[in-house]
Design a protein around this ligand. Sequence first.
Ligand code: S3P
Length: 423
Amino acid sequence: MSVKRIERIGKFSCDIVCPPDKSITHRAVMYNAVAKGEAHITRPLLGEDCLSTIDCMRKLGAQIEIKEDGVHVRGVPKLSDADLYAGNSGTTMRLMCGLLSPYRGTWRLTGDESLSRRPMRRVIDPLTRMGAEIVSCDGKAPLTVTGKALHGIDYVMPVDSAQVKSAVISAALGAEGVTRITEREFTRDHTEIILAAMGADISREGKTVTVRGGRTLEAVSVTVAGDISGAAFPLVCGLITDGEVTVRHVGLNPTRAGLLEVFEQIGVHYTVEERRQCCGEEVGTVTVKGLGQAKPYTITHEMIPRLVDEIPVLAVLACFLDGDSVITGAEELRVKESDRIAATLRMLRAFGGEVRETESGMIIHGKGQLSGGCAFDPAGDHRMAMSAAVAAAASEKGGTVTDSDCVAVSYPDFWQMLSGGTK
Ligand code: S3P
């Protein structure tokens, strides 16, 4: 198992380009792989999750080449039967269930140990209502999808999940009639943005997305915006070590930018410059310069979808604020790559933080510092490994992260980035 020792960093300062967005890369590969024509994806994220999607789409018959200048995809109209391995990637497995359901064929979907524990009924239920046939192992992978003729449905989402919404939208593309999906809270809308650009009949009114099936998707070349969920690590590291961090080309899609809402709420000084559009997504350059007199935060359930993957590193941030930060409505964290509420409590306590578990989240008592000097096992969860590394860098005695290679799932250059910060 790979182990990384992280020494305390006096002030973490850097000026970097944001890692490309994982969610957008998945979608650009997947939908172009079933579209008419050829697409060039510039600045794709080549982390393990997106490589799983590329591998699955190749097995289905799409021609996909990874070159110096990005990923080149030539789509196929008919999909081959195949065994598909989604690795650690929930997005790959859930979106694939929807995408495959209206095609002719049979596919078996498997994943690693973590993915095999994650709930799949949340996609199986709405897709079955559309006429899909998906056999699971008590609501979990392995899944067998057998293509069927689907019909549109009206679906009110019982969970705030872009993966579920995107699975239903994907199925709706090949379904007869109209599908309406209503969200409780806005979740990330990368699927809607890219599919509209590919000529799908998709629109939104308030919290309802409407899709009319039957249109052939046209390939679209995409330059991938940066991943704010990845940018969160250097930005928080800069804040809590009183450094100066600039991250360029950060995706600022409002359905993702909850991190900046927290910065606003606690009163840290940050700037967003060079705002521009990048293939339907807003991007910009974000700079932070230390915590100043920042106050603790309160994160409520309606904010969660906009910062769901940033909670563990925001919990680290809370330890450096003076007083109680409160996170509520975060139950979804229990069913991520690991139980991230339990894992965050375990991590903060190991580093000397004070944290109390609540029914739907946690209360973190910030004391302006962490002691560290511990070893933390992220148990294969990339975001826990990176959050622990940030905690270690800002701790009195540093720290050790075991299973450190798992960062490659979403941020292959993470360790290089962390070691690049000025000491
Ligand atoms: C993702 C959606 C989120 C997020 C995951 C990627 C996506 O999951 O946690 O990392 O690409 O749609 P949920 O939508 O299930 O909350």
